[in-house]
Design a protein around this ligand. Structure first.
Ligand SMILES: C[S@@+](CC[C@H](N)C(=O)[O-])C[C@H]1O[C@@H](n2cnc3c(N)ncnc32)[C@H](O)[C@@H]1O
Length: 235
């Protein structure tokens, strides 16, 4: 896989919540997320496990390479990433969906190389952790699901210590017009049923300063997903 490791340029918001490409056309709320993932929980690993694996593995490898010990996984879902953290990590996972967490807890019971400190039902937009509780936070395939992604980012910044690292893996709206962006716009009206936004632009979650400071790495399959690494101290 090609490692782009590019620094991207910041842009001025043009449409929607803070974004040049604009906020997704169909808003999701917490209840829509819970409803969607109640339905997905039993089949999530089968339906999404394979396609999301390269992005997830890349993010966990990046987290493992950090000197970070205390790691927060936001939107831990069924815990597919949990077996891949190294023994040096102490991982806490949170999720809005009790059904997804139930699968994660069953997975964690099998024993993990890392210490799984807690798997908690908690809203990523209103976490109950004290400030600076973690060395790093990662949200994999979550930013386009949460009702207010900027609020999630603000919370991730708050609970990560100064000097720490924030990572996102997500599918982002194609930056330029073309077949891919056209397809993403066509599928967008089904966001509530899907439980995520196919038309999710990167500047919906990142501020212009974070966009400018972010390191981007494309992930398979077909470069559909992007690992975004942002220094915690950039606002
Ligand atoms: C597409 S799944 C990704 C799961 C997991 N990160 C993975 O890599 O497979 C999105 C997850 O985000 C969770 N989620 C959505 N909104 C959330 C919120 N506000 N707070 C916490 N979790 C949330 C959903 O319940 C779901 O489990």
């Amino acid at each position: 896989m090609r490692d782009m490791s590019v620094i991207i340029e910041g842009g001025q918001p043009q449409r929607g919540q803070g974004g040049g490409q604009g906020a997704p056309a169909v808003p999701l709320d917490a209840q829509a997320v819970r409803d969607a993932y109640r339905r997905w929980a039993g089949v999530y690993d089968t339906v999404f496990g394979f396609i999301s694996a390269p992005g997830r593995m890349r993010a966990v490898a990046a987290i493992n390479a950090l000197p970070a010990e205390r790691v927060l996984e936001v939107g831990v879902g069924t815990g597919l990433a949990l077996p891949h953290y190294t023994p040096a990590k102490r991982v806490t996972g949170i999720d809005l969906s009790p059904e997804m967490l139930e699968v994660a807890r069953r997975r964690a019971q099998d024993g993990m190389p890392a210490t799984i400190e807690a798997l908690l039902e908690m809203d990523a937009e209103a976490m109950t952790f004290p400030d600076a509780s973690f060395d790093a936070a990662v949200a994999m395939f979550v930013a386009s699901v949460v009702p207010n992604p900027r609020r999630m980012m603000a919370e991730m910044r708050r609970v990560v210590r100064p000097g720490g690292t924030i990572m996102l893996v997500n599918h982002f709206l194609a930056p330029k017009p073309g077949i891919r962006r056209g397809l993403e716009r066509i599928v967008a009206p089904f966001s509530r049923a899907l439980g995520w936004h196919p038309d999710f632009a990167m500047d919906t979650v990142l501020s212009p300063a974070q966009m400018a400071a972010a390191t981007l790495q494309t992930c398979n399959p077909l470069g559909l997903f992007t690992l975004v690494t942002v220094p915690r101290d950039v606002v």
